[in-house]
Write a protein that binds this ligand. Structure first.
Ligand SMILES: [Zn+2]
Ligand SMILES: [Zn+2]
Length: 243
């Protein structure tokens, strides 16, 4: 009987009988945790010393509520940022694995960890929306890693999701090397909102936040479409504004 089953069905059945693997190190997990204890220790949360607006980690403790220079000079249109932690080490490897190899189980595990590290305000949101890829990029890559995370996150939070609320109307090209003002100009008009979201508290999901220019432009469009609040959730927060 067994040898009449197609190989993929058979391997799927075997996978289901075995405990899940830790996406960080491929060891078997013995409980419901998203990662093994060793990997969890490496996936440290953001430090308490960070910008309350954009979650930029500060290298040294500062008084609570200290706004970073970039947010002080140019307050972003989003209301807050939550992340699993600083974008480096194992978190960076996992995000790369998810983005370029669609690392198995990484989306569920990362979404579960992110859900546990959301701010109160982010948890209260009533609509989850991912930052979209341009259709050309989506065809090349076949999936949008931010949409994968957004879907899992919405399920954990029992929240509504609209994966097509935002659409990317034009490719924006690579951003590294551009200064903050050039990034803003480069991104102007890159998104449109497919429908009004009057009064909604939106949880905007992206994979990594570096300068914040992309989520800022997406949040601006969501506020224009009537969103009452936009909270951002990302897997990794790059430690410094790389401009
Ligand atoms: Zn592990
Ligand atoms: Zn800031």
């Amino acid at each position: 009987m067994l040898n009449t089953l197609p190989a993929t069905l058979l391997s799927r059945a075997i996978d289901r009988l075995l405990p899940p693997l830790c996406p960080g190190c491929d060891r078997y997990l013995d409980d419901q945790a998203p990662f093994c204890a060793g990997c969890l220790r490496q996936l440290e949360p953001l430090p308490a010393a960070r910008c309350p607006r954009c979650a930029l980690p500060y290298p040294a403790p500062l008084e609570t509520g200290h706004i970073c220079q970039a947010c002080g000079e140019n307050p972003p249109p989003y209301d807050g940022v939550s992340a699993i932690g600083p974008y480096r080490g194992l978190l960076r490897d996992l995000v790369h694995g998810l983005k370029f190899r669609r690392l198995p189980q990484a989306d569920s595990a990362l979404a579960q960890l992110l859900a546990g590290r959301l701010s109160e305000a982010a948890r209260r949101c009533d609509l989850v929306a991912p930052v979209p890829l341009h259709p050309g990029r989506l065809r090349e890559r076949s999936f949008n890693q931010s949409a994968l995370i957004a879907r899992k996150l919405a399920r954990i939070l029992h929240s509504n999701i609209d994966a097509r609320l935002l659409t990317r109307t034009r490719p924006t090209g690579p951003q590294p090397g551009l200064r903050a003002e050039q990034r803003r100009v480069n991104l102007r008009g890159a998104f449109t909102a497919r429908k009004e979201c009057c009064g909604y508290r939106v949880l905007l999901v992206d994979d990594v936040l570096t300068t914040g220019a992309t989520v800022a432009e997406a949040a601006r469009i969501l506020k224009q479409a009537g969103a009452a609040e936009v909270q951002v959730a990302v897997l990794g927060r790059a430690p410094r504004h790389l401009v």
